[in-house]
Ligand binder design. Sequence first.
Ligand SMILES: [Zn+2]
Length: 293
Amino acid sequence: MRRVGPNSFTEIYFAGCNPSYIETSDGYVMIDSPQQPIDAVRWREMLEEKAPIRYLINTEPHGDHISGNAYFTNTTVVGQVKLQECFDRYLNAFGSLEDKRGRYKQMDPDSVWLVGHPDYPASNPPSLTFTDTLTLNAGNHTFNIIHHPGHTAPQTSVHVPEEGVVFTGDNVFHKCRSWLQECDPWEWLDALDRIAALDVEVIVPGHGEPCSKAYLKEQAQIVENWVGFVERHIERGASPEEILKEGVPVTKQDPYPIGQRLFMHDERLTGLIVHNLHKRIIDKKQAAGTRAG
Ligand SMILES: [Zn+2]
C-alpha cells in the first residue's frame, strides 16, 4: 500500500488496476475496486475494521476497475451515467461465471470459492450517477468527480483538493503500455489538458506507479504517436488488416512494456488499437467531408 497524500493510499501491487482509498474523518472513500475477489474481500475487511466505506467511485467500465464492486455490498457506488448503462455488458465481456472459475483455478486459486458466491449475488453497478461533474463530501474531504472522456467514454477523474491528488483511472498509464483499444484519442488529449489544469501534486494512474503532472506530456505523446502512425497508413489507403500484416513497430509508438501481471495478450492489444484508431480517423475524415460539402 502506497501513501499518495496525507490520508490517501493506493495499491499498485495487485493484479488489475490501482484501487485506492482516502481515509476521512467520517469513513473511507474508495476509488475503483480490487480486481481479484480474494483481494477485494481482504481489502474490505481491512477498511471496515476501522470505519465504514461511504462511497466507491468507479473511474471506468473496464473489468479490472469494476469487477470487485460485487464484494462491497454495503457501499454506495458512484459512476458517470454512461458507466451505469454499460456496467453489466462490460462485466459479462469478462466471461461467464464458469469461465471465470476456470481462469481463477489457473491464476488465483484463492479466489475460486468467491466467484458466484451466494453472499455476493449482485454486480453492484453505480446507484449514484452524474453527467459532467459531481461533488461529494465525506468528513473534511471534498471529492470533485469529473467526467473526462478519453480512454473510455464514461472515463472519470476524482480530484481530492485537500490531498493534492487526482485519481485518473486509465487516462494515465504510467510507464506501462497504454490501452487505446476503444478510446477517442482527441477526447483523451483534451482530458490530459484538463487533468494538467488541476491543482494537484500527485496523479494516481490506472496502472503503474503514482506520478506527477510532468508525465502527462509523455502520455499525450504516446496517444499522438499512435494516431500519427495509423493516419500515415490511411493516407496510402491501407486497411487495418494490411497494417497489422506488415507488422506494427509498437515500441516506436509506446516505449513501455505491457507491465500488467497475469496479462499476456500483447499482440491482441495491438490489433485492437489499430482497428479502433483506423475507424475513428476514417469517421472523423468523413464527418469533416460532410461538413465541408
Ligand atoms: Zn481501462
